[in-house]
Design a protein around this ligand. Structure first.
Ligand SMILES: *Cc1c(COP(=O)(O)O)cnc(C)c1O
Length: 389
């Protein structure tokens, strides 16, 4: 029997690493129905509350009426339609870069970009806590691949000194499971010393960071020379779907020529681009959503430290509570759920061994009262499951 799947599954279960998919029976939001149970949710990435915004829904519906449903072909054949093109122009303007390229998902944007830029004889250096799609992309590229210590510029520097060929330094902007920010100004300076390019995947920064929601590069005031390759995803704060790469004319033309996950796939439904054009306006213009998030983040951090819990160093809506063992993280998540609150336990291999956590995420649609409810439920869950048990 070459494929012994049942013992593989049993092992995963025994290690408290078995994954199950909660069934969402309502639209995405802060109040959801999951597996038949109404819950107050603190775990989606819809940070600004745009996924179910009436104006975004209307733009999507109108887009479908005008453009139909399917993209119908790849971009290079005849699937590149006016809404896709208009969204690319809007995203280029939003990011202050000469051009942007729209792709169907962040995973594909990362895979396509890294593999188009580096290959055999080149070097790709990644933060060890980078998103799985970036790590996969680095491995698949065929370039020499090395991971430096998290946000450690010295560790990066020693690898840069040994790098060969074209060298790409790749980092999350906001780290997806920790919520902290890449030390971009120092990282970009170090990369420049060695003639390397920097690629930032700011999936969780766009919409949340920067005065206009321009993400980590707006937050730090970095331009296209310092960060030549900028990735954003549209399924998080934008509330829709897809991803983009923003950069120079030559970068985007190179991706159109060489990025296989861009070339060999059907374009996203044009109506999704119509919806994103609308959500981009809301994301940029409605500053109150970022202000509300800042208030909720401050309230949550104050409350959690009063409970003596281990918060991570995060200024973003990703506010994980470090727990340690997978078993205890699952226990706390279940105890919260019995109290009507949904928070996901994140376990290895998504995070390093021994660092299982409750990944709390906040949304501009949460109220102060919602956060109080979460804090109260956390306090009760801790009493039920004291440390060390
Ligand atoms: C979610 C995420 C992606 C993947 O984006 P999708 O559009 O969901 O495929 C890539 N990078 C980071 C850092 C992410 O958090």
């Amino acid at each position: 029997m070459p494929f012994d799947l049942s013992s593989r599954l049993a092992e995963r279960r025994a290690a408290h690493l078995y994954r199950q998919r909660p069934l969402l029976e309502s639209p995405q939001g802060v109040r959801v129905v999951v597996d038949g149970q109404p819950l107050l949710a603190f775990c989606n990435n819809d940070y600004l509350g745009l996924a179910s915004h009436p104006a975004v829904i209307e733009a999507f519906a109108e887009g479908a009426r005008q453009w139909g449903v399917g993209g119908g072909a790849s971009h290079l054949v005849v699937g590149h339609s006016s809404p896709h093109h208009a969204l690319e122009e809007a995203l280029a303007e939003f990011t202050g870069r000469p051009r942007a390229l729209l792709l169907s998902s962040g995973y594909m944007a990362n895979l396509g970009t890294v593999t188009a830029l580096v290959g055999q004889g080149d070097t790709v250096l990644e933060d060890r806590l980078n998103h799985a799609s970036l790590l996969d992309a680095g491995l698949l590229s065929g370039a020499r691949f090395s991971r430096y210590l998290h946000n450690d510029i010295e560790s990066l520097g020693s690898r840069l000194a040994k790098a060969e060929g074209n060298t790409l330094v790749v980092t999350d902007g906001v780290f997806s499971m920790d919520g902290d920010l890449a030390e971009l100004p120092a990282l970009c300076a170090k990369a420049r010393e060695h003639g390397a390019w920097v690629m930032v995947d700011d999936a969780h920064g766009f919409g949340c960071l920067g005065r206009n929601g321009g993400g980590i590069v707006e937050h730090f005031g970095l331009n296209v020379d310092q960060v030549p390759v900028l990735i954003g995803t549209l399924g998080k704060a934008f509330g829709t779907a897809g991803a983009f790469v923003a950069g120079s004319e030559e970068l985007i033309e190179s991706l159109i020529q060489f990025a296989r996950p861009y070339i060999y796939t059907t374009s996203q439904p044009p109506a999704v681009a119509c919806a994103t054009l609308r959500s981009l306006q809301l994301l940029q213009g409605e500053h109150w959503r970022r202000e509300r998030l800042a208030q909720l983040i401050a309230q949550f951090r104050l409350g959690v430290s009063a409970l003596g819990l281990n918060l991570m160093d995060s200024p973003t809506p990703i506010q994980p509570i470090l727990v340690g063992s997978s078993e205890r993280a699952l226990g706390l998540s279940a105890a919260l759920r019995r109290r009507g609150i949904l928070v996901t336990a994140i376990r290895p291999p998504t995070v390093p061994r021994g660092t299982a956590r409750l990944r709390v995420t906040l949304s501009a649609l949460h109220s102060e009262d919602d956060v109080n409810q979460l804090l109260e439920a956390l306090q009760q869950a801790l009493r039920e499951l004291p440390e060390g048990e």
